[in-house]
Structure formats: C-alpha cells, structure tokens
Design a protein around this ligand. Sequence first.
Ligand SMILES: [Zn+2]
Ligand SMILES: [Zn+2]
Length: 263
Amino acid sequence: MAGAVVNALAGAFWDARNAGRRLLAASGLLEVRCPGCGLVIPRPERGRFCPACSADLARRESGYCPSCGEPFEDAASPPHPCGACLRQPPPWDRLVFHGAYEGLLAEMLKAYKFGRALGRGGELGRMLAETWLARAGEEHPPDVLAPVPLHPRRLLWRGYNQSLELARPVARRLGAPLEADLLERVRHTTPQVELARARRLTNLKGAFRADAERTRGRRVLLVDDVSTTCATLVECARTLRRAGPRGATCWCWPARGASGRTR
Ligand SMILES: [Zn+2]
Ligand SMILES: [Zn+2]
C-alpha cells in the first residue's frame, strides 16, 4: 500500500515537472542544453543530444550477444549467442540491447541509479523506447510493462523505483499499460552488489511474486535499470514464467563484463 502511494506520488511529480518544462520550452524561456554534455544547442528539439553525444549514444548493431547483452571484443562481429547463453539459455524470449555499459551511456546510468539524477530517466527511457521499436516493436508489441520491483521498505527509503521511472516514458511511447505491481518483491534481500557471485541467486530465491491472473496469456516487457549480473532479471523472469505469460521480453542495460553473471 505504502509502495503504491510512493510510486503514484513519484509519477505525479514527473508528469507535473515535464508539463512545466514543455510550457517553458514553448514560451522560449528555457535555454535548452544537450542533456549529455551541457552544450547549448541551436534550435534544439526537446530531448535531443548534440552531435558528439548522439554518436556516443548510438545504438550498437553488432558485437554483442542478443540473449544477454554481453559485449564482445570484436565490436564488428554480427550479433551471436555467447558461450554462457548457448550452455544455458536465459529465461526470457528476447532481450533488447542498446549498447555496452561505457562512455556517456554508463555516466548517465550511474548518475540516474546512484546519483539520484532522476531527470536522466526521461532521456534513457526515450532511448529505450526507440531501441525497442527498432529491434522488436513491430513483431512483438508488449501487452504490459512490468518494472523490476523494490521491496516496500527500500522504496520508502529511496523514494522512487528507478526501474519504474525508466519504464514510464517507454509505456507512453509504446502505448502499453505499465503495471507497477504485476511483479512484487515479497521479501527484503541484501543488495546484490554486496554479495559474492555464488550467493546472488540464492539471495533472490522466493523474493518475487507475480500476479498470475494478470500475467497469464500476456506479452510482458520486464524493465530493469542496470543489470550487473542478470541475477535479478533472471529471478524476475523465472517468477513471471511460472505465471504463464504469452511471452517475456526483458529490457535492461547490461553492465560490461557479464563474467560475474549467475544463472
Ligand atoms: Zn552533448
Ligand atoms: Zn549471452
């Protein structure tokens, strides 16, 4: 209950803030700067980056594993499954990959996740939506978006769920409903980053619960922010799977070097 209230308040805040910015931009009062480097852009469009930052943030079309987003040394090789995914395919049908966790993208994600730079969520969410449309949108439109949930205790402490805030602009762009409670975190767990690899999956056992009624027969797009090991995403996807969706697709920003991944 407290979680739903916090999520609703965060949503109302960002809607109001965005409406205010649109009004200022329309009246010419807002100096628009590149959200990546701060450069003032002549005749800018809202949410657009300067040419240098755009190049830095361009979608990666080759040199990665399409199942888990592991970037390969050879950035020019066609997308192909990595050894880990060949041995044990992940529990989702597809993963939407934008780019390796490096450069401006990594800076933006770090600022968003750890620096409480919530404004970054809009830019990242728009990129996510564009990548989704380019990679999977036509063939696999989602029926519902589900963010990776936080435990209510952690949500109260943090004030917002970063995966949910990232999913909002995507849901708007894709015209699909966003259901923050489709997946719930029913057990408080130690943050994954504080654990050794072997403990990461057992730490999450039974941590999530999916609403079976609302999951069954639907195509679910699961949204995470940064996935260092995929362990959280794997456990969420497994939980969803048990509820019988028509398909499960994941979005996350896989951190470079998934060698610490546990499945
Ligand atoms: Zn820039
Ligand atoms: Zn892989």
